[in-house]
Design a protein around this ligand. Structure first.
Ligand code: FAD
Ligand code: DHB
Length: 391
C-alpha cells in the first residue's frame, strides 16, 4: 500500500490534517488504535478559539458547530465572594469562543472524511514507524505495510511517534503540577450562561457546559486521587462548596453521565520533527487545561503542517517543511505560558504561604479591574492571530 501522508491517530489533529490535505488534493491514510465509537465518545475539551471555529467553517466542517455550538463573549472569574466578568466583546471586539465538545468536532471530521471516501482505519494494532530519516518512510501495522512520502505523528502524548525519534534529537521540557482535575459531565441545565472559573480556599472549580441540557464541571483534586473516593454526593457537595460562593448563586445538580481524572502537566518536545516525521498536537506538546488551549493548539499545528505539505507536493520544495517546528513553537510556548499563568492564578498550591495567596488575590484584582490586564487574559483566551496573519 502507498499513500502520500501516513497519519497516526484519529484525534482532532490527525483527522483535521487528513481533511485539510484532502481539500488540497493530497492523499492520506489515518491509522487509529481505538474504535470509532471510542474516539467519538471520548469526552475532553470544549472551548474552541475563534481561529479554530473559523478553520473548521472554512474547511466545510462547521455546519453542525454553527448550529449547536454555544458562542460565548465572556467568562467569569469568581473569588473572594464575588464574580468578575472578563468581557470579550469590549476587550477583544469581534473575537469570541464557542463551546462545542471535542468529540463533536471528532464526529464531524470522521463523517466528512468518510463521506469523501477518505481512508480512516480504526482498531489498528501495533503501528510502528520506519526509515523516517530517508525520503521513503513507511508504517507497519497488523502485518501490513504502508509506504509514505511523509508521516504525521498525531497520536497524542502517549503515542508511538515521539518515542520513535532517535535519542538525543529532542529536547523535552516538562512541568508537573501538584494536583489533577476531576471532570464530570452531568445531565443538568447549566447554572450559568457563561463559564465560571472559581478560586477558593478549598481549591479550584470550573463550571462549563456542552448544551443547554448538559453541564461540564471540573474540580482540583490531589494528583493521585482515586475516582472511587468520589461518589456522586461528594462531587456535588464539593462543587457546591466551591461554586456557591457568591450571593444568590445556586448550583443545579443532575445525573452524572461521565467522569474522569486528568493529570496536570505542561510538556514540549523540540523540534517537532525529525526527518520525514512531523509531530502535531499532543504528540508534541501538552498544556494544563486551565487555559483551554490543548485542542486549539493542535488545530494551529495542523494548519502550518498542511501549508508546508501543500508546498512539498506542489513543487517538491521542502523549505516550509524544514521550518515547520520553528513556525509552530512560538504559539506553542505562548500557550504554555498562558496555561501556566491561568493555572497559577486560580489553583490552590499547598506550598503557598499567606504571602503567596495575597499575591494571587492581588493579581486577580488587577486582571478583573484593569483593561490592560484583562485584555491580556481575553486575547490569549479567545486565541491570538495565527502567525500567517501577523507576518
Ligand atoms: P488526541 O486527541 O490524544 O488524539 C490522538 C489519537 O491517537 C487518539 O485517538 C489515540 O487513540 C491515537 N493513538 C495513540 N497512540 C496510537 C498508536 N500507537 N497507534 C494509533 N493510534 C494511536 N484540553 C482542554 O482544552 N480542556 C480539557 O478539558 C481537556 N481535557 C483533557 C482530558 C484528557 C484525559 C486528555 C488526555 C486531554 C485533555 N485535553 C483538554 C487536551 C485536549 O483534549 C488535547 O489537546 C487534544 O485531544 C489534542 O488532540 P490530538 O489529536 O493532538 O491528540
Ligand atoms: C472546558 C475545559 C477547559 O479546560 C476549560 O478551561 C474550559 C472548559 C470544558 O471542557 O468545557
Amino acid at each position: 500500500m502507498r499513500t502520500q501522508v501516513g497519519i497516526i491517530g484519529a484525534g482532532p489533529a490527525g483527522l483535521l490534517l487528513s481533511h485539510l490535505l484532502h481539500l488540497r488534493g493530497i492523499e492520506s491514510v489515518v491509522l487509529e488504535r481505538r474504535s470509532r465509537e471510542y474516539v467519538e465518545r471520548r469526552v475532553r475539551a470544549g472551548v474552541l478559539e475563534q481561529g479554530t471555529v473559523d478553520t473548521l467553517v472554512e474547511a466545510g466542517v462547521g455546519e453542525r458547530m454553527k448550529r449547536e455550538g454555544l458562542p460565548h463573549h465572556g467568562i467569569e472569574l469568581r473569588y473572594g465572594g464575588a464574580g468578575h466578568r472578563i468581557a470579550f466583546e469590549r476587550l477583544v471586539p469581534g473575537r469570541a469562543i464557542t463551546v462545542y465538545g471535542q468529540q463533536e468536532v471528532v464526529k464531524d471530521l470522521i463523517a466528512a472524511r468518510l463521506a469523501a471516501g477518505g481512508d480512516v482505519r480504526f482498531e489498528v494494532d501495533d503501528v510502528a514507524v520506519h526509515d523516517i530519516d530517508t525520503d521513503r518512510p513507511y508504517l507497519t501495522f497488523g502485518g501490513e505495510r504502508l509506504d509514505c512520502d511523509v508521516i504525521a505523528g498525531c497520536d497524542g502524548f502517549h503515542g508511538v511517534s515521539r518515542p520513535s525519534i532517535p535519542e538525543g534529537v529532542l529536547t523535552e521540557y516538562q512541568r508537573d503540577y501538584p494536583f489533577a482535575w476531576l471532570g464530570i459531565l452531568a445531565k443538568v441545565k447549566p447554572s450559568s450562561e457563561e463559564l465560571i472559573y472559581s478560586r477558593t480556599e478549598r481549591g479550584f472549580a470550573l463550571h462549563s457546559m456542552r448544551t443547554p441540557e448538559i453541564s461540564r464541571f471540573y474540580l482540583q483534586v490531589a494528583p493521585d486521587e482515586d475516582l472511587a473516593a468520589w461518589p456522586d454526593e461528594r462531587i456535588w457537595a464539593e462543587l457546591r462548596a466551591r461554586l456557591e460562593t457568591v450571593p444568590g448563586f445556586t448550583l443545579a445538580t443532575g445525573e452524572i453521565v461521565e467522569r474522569g481524572i486528568t493529570p496536570m502537566r505542561g510538556f514540549v518536545a523540540e523540534p517537532m520533527q525529525y526527518g520525514r516525521l512531523f509531530l502535531a498536537g499532543d504528540a508534541a506538546h501538552i498544556v494544563p487545561p486551565t487555559g483551554a488551549k490543548g485542542l486549539n493548539l493542535a488545530v494551529a499545528d495542523v494548519r502550518v503542517l498542511t501549508e508546508a505539505l501543500a508546498r512539498l507536493f506542489a513543487d517538491g520544495s521542502t523549505e516550509a517543511l524544514d521550518g515547520y517546528s520553528t513556525a509552530c513553537l512560538p504559539r506553542v510556548w505562548r500557550a504554555q505560558h498562558f496555561s501556566w499563568w491561568m493555572t497559577t492564578l486560580l489553583h490552590t498550591f499547598e506550598s503557598d504561604d499567606a504571602y503567596a495567596r495575597r499575591l494571587q488575590t492581588s493579581y486577580l484584582d488587577y486582571v478583573t479591574s484593569s483593561d490592560a490586564a484583562g485584555t491580556t487574559l481575553a486575547e490569549n483566551y479567545v486565541g491570538l492571530p495565527y502567525q500567517e496573519e501577523t507576518s
